[in-house]
Write a new protein. Structure first.
Length: 458
């Protein structure tokens, strides 16, 4: 995990001659593996953090574009932070996200009706064939691809390959339109703890527009991706695409700001504050569906992590709004793009990364203290005087004190983020989702164990 950054970025541009940029005092060190220059510009240029050299394993922060394995997280030291959770595929892969949301819908009904009706092929093929009658349209998405690759729209079930591993969803045919164009919202979410969950929603974001006027799908236009798909990677290839070259006027072009969307809705008879609240509700409910899986995986890697702050994740929630101003979850990206193709991209994403790093509350003194404690433990092992670990009561006390300290700091330093969970007003509501999600996971594990014990193939 060393060379990816050096192929695309020149770290020497930040260090100055003989490293005088950092001087002799102790600084935060970062281990970067990213193709996005904006990450290095914020961390090394704005915060003046120091890139670690190839032999240094005692960095404070690792930022990587790729997901992390449980082994990688298991090797982290107490002061280190990394920008992914292990097992985030349970949320970011389309098939696993759908499976988890369908599970919650079966238990909670209307409370989880914020994603389109979904079938996972090939397993759900017979159920899909029963969806007959009326003017039905389906959107078909490959399980593990991104940026609109492999997506197509079908008017007839027979047009779908029954053996293909994909996610099939009911197409939402009544989107909210602006200037006759369909759009979706990229909402940035910071998860900074999974046990308990700590969730922040960034107040600014992106609205990605299609490039041809919307009309309901017919057999004549379903092949036209510029009408029905809002993916930026697709629409930027259109001859109609307009880039916004003014960061201070994000109200033109085919990529605009969330602020523009909220203002447009308010001035056209809608209620953007209610829409924002409903989107935040979707974010929390979605994460509640996978929290037991994230927590279990993290604790298996780091059983003594009391801070609940070793891993964090910047997620991109893609939301479609229909003509009744109901938000629909399309997918969740665990590695949203930090490319800055326009001045507005640069402004939003640099502020996002800056506020994320501020919330992390990195402290070089903490690294020094942790390394000293590790040396003491190593010395104790050599002389056979290893002290007993903390009791359960002491662990709970440490967690409570950490939580109080974090609450105070993050409340004063959240920047453009809004904390949506924990929320004292809705704690009981979301606790029910978390509890039943955990019960469902436990039941599935017991069923799998019993089936493996009694299988004729064992």
């Amino acid at each position: 995990m060393r060379s990816a950054l050096h192929k695309s970025l020149d770290l020497n541009a930040y260090s100055g001659d003989n490293g005088e940029m950092w001087g002799s005092q102790q600084r935060i060190t970062v281990d970067l593996h990213t193709e996005y220059p904006i990450i290095a510009h914020v961390l090394l240029g704005h915060f003046r953090y120091k890139p670690c050299d190839s032999q240094d394993a005692d960095w404070d922060l690792c930022w990587t574009d790729l997901g992390v394995t449980p082994d990688t997280v298991g090797r982290l030291k107490a002061f280190q932070k990394i920008n992914h959770f292990p097992n985030m595929a349970c949320l970011s892969r389309k098939n696993q996200l759908a499976r988890n949301l369908v599970k919650m819908h079966r238990m909670f009904g209307k409370e989880y009706e914020f994603f389109p009706q979904t079938w996972l092929l090939p397993g759900d093929w017979n159920w899909l064939r029963m969806d007959r009658g009326g003017d039905r349209t389906y959107i078909v998405k490959p399980e593990g691809m991104s940026q609109g690759r492999g997506i197509y729209i079908a008017k007839e079930i027979e047009e779908i390959n029954s053996f293909e591993h994909c996610v099939v969803q009911r197409y939402i045919g009544n989107p909210y339109l602006i200037e006759g164009l369909k759009f979706d919202l990229r909402v940035y979410v910071l998860v900074y703890g999974c046990d308990p969950l700590r969730i922040y929603v960034f107040k600014e974001g992106l609205a990605r527009f299609s490039t041809e006027n919307y009309s309901k799908p017919t057999k004549l236009n379903i092949q036209n991706q510029y009408i029905h798909l809002t993916n930026y990677a697709i629409n930027k290839k259109s001859k109609n695409f307009v880039f916004n070259s003014n960061a201070e006027n994000p109200e033109v072009g085919h990529k605009r700001s969330l602020s523009f969307i909220w203002n447009y809705i308010d001035t056209h008879g809608g209620d953007s504050s209610l829409l924002r609240a409903n989107i935040s509700d979707i974010v929390v409910k979605t994460l509640c569906a996978v929290q037991p899986q994230l927590s279990r995986c993290l604790h298996s890697c780091q059983p003594t992590c009391f801070s609940n702050s070793m891993c964090f994740e910047v997620l991109g929630f893609d939301i479609l709004v229909d003509d009744a101003l109901k938000p629909w979850l399309l997918e969740v990206n665990h590695a949203p793009s930090f490319a800055a193709d326009t001045p507005f991209d640069l402004k939003v994403k640099s502020e996002l990364v800056s506020d994320v790093v501020t919330i992390l509350h990195l402290d070089a003194d903490n690294r020094k203290k942790c390394l000293e404690r590790e040396k003491e433990r190593q010395s104790a092992r050599i002389y056979g005087t290893i002290p007993h670990g903390p009791t359960r009561e002491e662990k709970d006390k440490i967690r409570r004190l950490n939580m109080i300290e974090r609450d105070k700091y993050e409340a004063d330093n959240c920047g453009g983020f809004e904390k949506v969970y924990p929320n004292s007003e809705l704690e009981g509501k979301y606790s029910l989702y978390l509890d039943l999600s955990l019960i469902h996971i436990c039941r599935c594990r017991r069923y799998a164990v019993c089936r493996s014990r009694w299988s004729p193939y064992h």
